[in-house]
Design a protein around this ligand. Sequence first.
Ligand SMILES: Nc1ncnc2c1ncn2[C@@H]1O[C@H](COP(=O)(O)OP(=O)(O)OP(=O)(O)O)[C@@H](O)[C@H]1O
Ligand SMILES: [Mg+2]
Length: 265
Amino acid sequence: MGLVSSAMTALENEPAAPATHEPLVVLDHVDKWFGQLHVLQDINLTIGKGEVVVVIGPSGSGKSTLCRAINRLETIGSGSISLDGQPLPDEGKALAQLRAEVGMVFQSFNLFAHKTILENVTLGPIKVRRQSKSEAESRARQLLDRVGVGVQADKYPAQLSGGQQQRVAIARALAMEPKVMLFDEPTSALDPEMIKEVLDVMVDLAKQGMTMVVVTHEMGFARTAADRVVFMADGQIVEENTPEEFFSNPQSDRAKDFLGKILKH
Ligand SMILES: Nc1ncnc2c1ncn2[C@@H]1O[C@H](COP(=O)(O)OP(=O)(O)OP(=O)(O)O)[C@@H](O)[C@H]1O
Ligand SMILES: [Mg+2]
């Protein structure tokens, strides 16, 4: 059994969702400006339950902004975003609930430095999910075990390697029982030997049917785990396709140019 698979079973108590096309996250004519910069331009994107979507594109194309808009760390100018049929809430309790339902893992691990690993994982479930401390702790320990850092539970983030911290960040998001997980370049701050341990956890999560949006330049991950690759440039979705088609037969000049550059490395 994979690292995260049993964690998912423990979380969901239901079989892994097949990659159905029932919509979970729907972006409809989404536009966003930063001042004069039209950073998201008429984005239409539907992410199905259980689907794994890899988003790639040049620096500044709007990938992070897209992720941040999905859990409302950024507001949008026009259009709409819905999660499981409900428009994203504006504020208050409903917004806190949304943030729990949309797990997010960033390039920088963003763990609380003055809290232990265990406390980092239990904080959300206690505050937002209203779990008891003992319940939250036992679930957190299970999740930490399953991402391979159970023995680190009582340490502080600075005492862990980058790869270990990132796996804690994943466990922390999973502890909220999210409907979808967003990953924004989760491995790009890691040393090469740590990248694989994080990608392995993500691949397991994908296999278990988690709905995932992953911004990454890890083409191996895209090929193994993605159902679909979305290529962005200049705030637009320029092209989307299965990984096989996208990598072997990119359609647009922008995508060809981008792949030419990254595949050379
Ligand atoms: N808070 C902000 N205020 C103003 N401009 C911003 C802000 N955040 C991002 N931008 C600009 O919006 C554009 C898209 O940024 P974004 O971070 O979404 O790109 P990205 O595709 O994630 O790039 P990278 O691959 O470098 O992470 C960039 O031109 C960026 O400078
Ligand atoms: Mg980014």
